[in-house]
Design a protein around this ligand. Sequence first.
Ligand SMILES: [Zn+2]
Length: 121
Amino acid sequence: MSNYALKVNTNWLKRKRDSLIKRMGKAKPFVAGSVVTVNKKCGNKNCKCAKSDYRHKTFYLMYKEKGITKGVYIPVDMVEEVRTWSEEWKAVKELVKEITAIQKAIIKQHVTERRQKKGRK
Ligand SMILES: [Zn+2]
């Protein structure tokens, strides 16, 4: 989807780009990261997790900062909401990728068109 042939004209590319930007404008709240589940013991010696294989599910939003993976604890009552943010981020990221591909195609197309106007040497 992100390979825009140089044969399409600049106006088409710009219209396509502008419609993608409109879609970005309608983005719902998002967050760059993914929700992961970690099974943990809570540390309470009287808890069932200390006496059996039972583990508490805890949730983290994992993300990368300067190449280092980091996590933010997510309270249980926010997990579903944060999941929707994370899902929205994937959609936004795809839009950014696609818009970038179009912009690169516009740059290349400009060079091609200018060369055609000048006439080949
Ligand atoms: Zn426990």
